[in-house]
Design a protein around this ligand. Sequence first.
Ligand code: SF4
Length: 397
Amino acid sequence: MSMFCFQCQETANNSGCTVRGVCGKSETTANLQDLLIYVLKGISIYGLEVNRFERIDNNIGLFIAKSLFATITNANFDDERIISLIKEGLDIKKRLKERLLSVSIQKEFFENIPDCALWYPENVDDFHEKAKEVGFLSYLDEDIRSLKAFIIYGCKGISAYADHAAILGYEEQEIYDFLMEGLAATTQDLSINELMEVLKRTGKCPPPVELEKGEIVGGFAHHQVLALKNKIVEAVKTGKIKRFIVMSGCDGRHKSREYYTEVAKALPKDTIILTSGCAKYRYNKLDSGDIDGIPRVLDAGQCNDSYSLVIIAQKLAEAFDITDINELPLSFDIAWYEQKAIAILLALFHSGVKNLRRGPTLPGFLTPDMAKVLVEKFNVKPIGEVSEDIKAMLSGN
Ligand code: SF4
């Protein structure tokens, strides 16, 4: 096997791309991306320790976010760029280590650090050699590998949004710190339960800050939808709206995604679809009609507006005096493709959402045992046959 990548929904046989990515990613690029993540883990180990006595520069957090973003699906196949990020990362790692050596740090810290913090290559040839041994297959236990992948992919998704926010002038130290915490956790010998705790924290991002106001056709975050709140509440009370189905997420090229078009077509006319992200392109051209002037497809915007759907659900819960979001007449039937959707899934878990469908397939990086844990803890299930899924969602399952 020359490479191993199982981070997206199109991974070969839903288990892993091992020769060349279905996306076109080469073996060299895949391995260099693994090495970049390895270097980021080393930075994180030193960075967290420096953070204990002085704040590390935000530029280091931003570097981690940019580098993780460079490794998400279809973001960057430029080997020279990945190599230059690895070199920059090695420099940062060295500076952080020197800072620690310049102050009085417990000897045990340096006695217990893993290879990702200690590794310093002599030249770029060393990069290629090392890259072959530091990917996900280096985690030998499949369940541990599965959870560590889940954490890293969640961090990648967060990084895509964090990098974008930084370009717009908004940065959160808390997010950068968590990226280091998540990466460092994947270097430790943690149990399944301990990793589950880290995974839960991965979904706890500070809410986004509104950068501008405006209106566009098709929705603009939660404001457009909340403007209809009173009408919506009234329609629920009078029984004109029976259920909301959240069909957010990613689109993709596979025929299996027609499932979402078919669900949208077959949902009863007294249901409302709440959407965000490009999943909507599977059904937003259908003539879905309205319920007393409320469009049956309410669009919160792009995938980074998915947080708006949680706000909408919380506002509806307030209106109906419900404390548990899961008691609302609301079902989640979400499509995913890459790692931003993993971050959003984790954010939904963190918001207390349970009982959701995920398609067109469950992530290939989930082992059967870890998929079972997700079912038990969050009632996540794969999509099935359209009419059966609709029947189940309408009855609250
Ligand atoms: S990003 Fe997806 S398609 Fe590309 S190599 Fe990884 S798993 Fe395969």
